[in-house]
Design a protein around this ligand. Structure first.
Ligand code: AHR
Length: 550
């Protein structure tokens, strides 16, 4: 059963119903429409929207990123070679480290100096790893510290985004970490310590997170208390000629009160306090919320691989909340930040499942990534594009061996997930100008735990670079293809080609044994007629159309 309203389609395009007046066009046999309005730019899509996140958690750093210089596993300076090779195929997005919750328990001094002399410390995630052997990363050897992280960033090509410890270290340690990273060669004792670690030249770190989830694991602050801490931590930080970009610990999903109360308290001594706040970090994970929250950590979390049709739509629906979260928090920020100095940074996003599909039992929060995760990644990236005027950076959680990962690895085995293929396919948007795109298709009905639900029938985003339009389209329907007429308002299509990520089965995923089960394929596109394109989007698919304009 299907129904659809114009308002729903407009909402998926990130625009208000009232603001649109599209003249109806003659439809061919198509049961859906996509209108691209090249004359309505939104904002630039940059590599910063394609950021990553690596935390000292389970198998992310050890067994994931870091194999060690003496390893028999191919590596450059201790960093897993296969990971670097694959990341080189992606937009050069910023990489966030060392957490997450871990960040607010991390003393950066533990991870510098001679590797053999570094202390072993209890990992923040110890209690969650209680049932695992000690080799599971309960105790951090600190082999991977600041210099190793910067090496990884250089190899992968992404800018470092470092999250400072606000809960359990004083502000002075933050300033000194900045000094260690950014002070000119030979200028201070900390610069010399950096040099003894192998890096004479400064790292030039611009992005600094000021705490993480300060409403929870980052200190359980009230927004007012956190605002005071934020001001104190950022009141005097050595710049060394750089424009530092501070990122405040923002809300958990829809907590608008956290945003409003923080911004109110932050500016009580004047709006100038907004100048240093480059980004406001929003976190949103997708799990089956309709199952309700209980004290059970895994309540509401389904299986990564075994799921029903309804659970497929439910998770997509959860991920799609991102659209409303962005506009909701953006609206509240604008009540105080009238000059729009501060942008949103979605530095943790992705699907989160219960344990059981991890490639190794020691990988806390490790999970498989199926076609469902490919669609979640695609619709989330589309959402960021459609809000490129509001979202300055985003970081999927997390890069490898964890939630919504692009890669899974254990010892010498390595595989790229369907989510990696989405990131690679969507990379074509980077450097383009996001333009308004409106998709109209029949809605899909499904059964929620607590009643009837429905989900949009076609979604996506569009960017324009020179005379080339990149259009990405998600067809969420598990069984039905959707044929759409694509009109480009203000221009006409000359040529079009497509790549598609689809699989015969919605649970399809890549494994060490079968790494190519899900991968992109080129797809034929009929020649444009009268400047418009008609294309059939496969069920449960992510398609990129590359359209040259006349
Ligand atoms: O990504 C896993 C954890 O989820 C992060 O450490 C924390 O910030 C969030 O709650």
């Amino acid at each position: 059963m299907t129904d659809w309203t114009r308002r729903d389609f407009l909402r998926t395009a990130g625009i208000a119903a009232a603001g649109v007046a599209l003249a109806p066009r003659s439809s061919r046999a198509a049961d859906a429409r996509i209108d691209v309005l090249v004359g309505e730019p939104i904002g630039p899509v940059t590599a910063d929207h394609y950021g990553h996140f690596v935390e000292h958690l389970g198998g992310v750093i050890y067994d994931g990123v870091w194999v060690g210089e003496q390893s028999r596993i191919a590596n450059t300076g201790g960093v897993r070679q296969a990971l670097v090779d694959h990341m080189r195929r992606l937009p050069r997005g910023p990489i966030r480290w060392p957490g997450g919750c871990f960040a607010d328990s991390y003393d950066w001094r533990d991870g510098v100096g001679a590797a053999a002399a570094r202390p072993r410390r209890t990992n923040f995630w110890l209690n969650d790893m209680a049932s695992l052997p000690d080799s599971a990363g309960k105790f951090d050897p600190n082999a991977f510290g600041t210099n190793e992280f910067m090496r990884f960033c250089r190899l992968a090509g992404g800018a470092p985004y470092v999250a400072a410890n606000l809960r359990s270290l004083p502000a002075r340690d933050f300033y000194q970490w900045v000094e260690y990273c950014n002070a000119p060669a030979g200028s201070t004792s900390l610069a010399e310590l950096r040099e003894r670690g192998g890096d004479r030249e400064p790292f030039g770190v611009r992005f600094w997170g000021v705490g993480n989830e300060s409403w929870g694991c980052g200190g359980n602050f009230s927004p007012e208390d956190y605002a005071i801490e934020y001001r104190r931590f950022t009141a005097w930080v050595p710049r060394y000629g750089l424009q530092l970009a501070f990122i405040g610990s923002g809300p958990n999903a829809g907590d608008l009160g956290w945003t409003r109360r923080f911004f109110t308290k932050l500016t009580e001594k004047g709006e100038g306090a907004l100048n240093g706040l480059w980004g406001w970090a929003l976190h949103h994970y997708s799990w089956n919320a309709s199952r309700g929250a209980t004290t059970d950590w895994n309540a509401g979390k389904g299986d990564a691989v075994q799921f029903t049709n309804d659970e497929w739509y439910e998770l997509l629906n959860e991920a799609d909340r991102m659209d409303g979260l962005i506009t909701g928090h953006w609206g509240v920020m604008g009540e105080i930040d009238r000059r729009r100095r501060v942008k949103l940074v979605v530095d943790e996003w992705g699907a989160w499942y219960k344990p059981g599909s991890e490639v190794d039992p020691t990988h806390l929060f490790g999970q498989q990534s199926t076609m469902r995760d490919a669609l979640i990644a695609a619709l989330t990236l589309d959402t960021f594009h459609r809000h490129a005027d509001k979202v300055a950076m985003a970081n999927v959680a997390q890069l490898i061996n964890c939630l919504h990962s692009l890669f899974l690895a254990h010892e010498d085995q390595f595989v790229a997930t369907p989510t990696f293929h989405v990131f690679e396919q969507y990379g074509a948007h980077v450097g383009g100008q996001s333009v308004r795109m409106v998709a109209s298709a029949p809605r899909i009905a499904y059964q929620r735990v607590n009643g009837a639900g429905s989900f949009w029938g076609l979604g996506g985003s569009a960017t324009l670079k020179d005379r080339v339009l990149t259009l990405t389209v998600v067809n969420p329907h598990t069984t039905e293809a959707r044929e759409a007429e694509i009109s480009i308002r203000g221009a006409a299509a000359r040529t079009a080609k497509a790549t598609v990520i689809a699989a015969p089965e919605i649970h399809a995923h890549n494994t060490f044994a079968e790494p190519g089960a899900v991968q992109p394929k080129e797809e034929a596109v009929a020649a444009p007629r009268d400047g418009a394109i008609v294309h059939r989007f496969a069920p449960a698919s992510v398609t990129r159309l590359t359209v040259t304009l006349q």
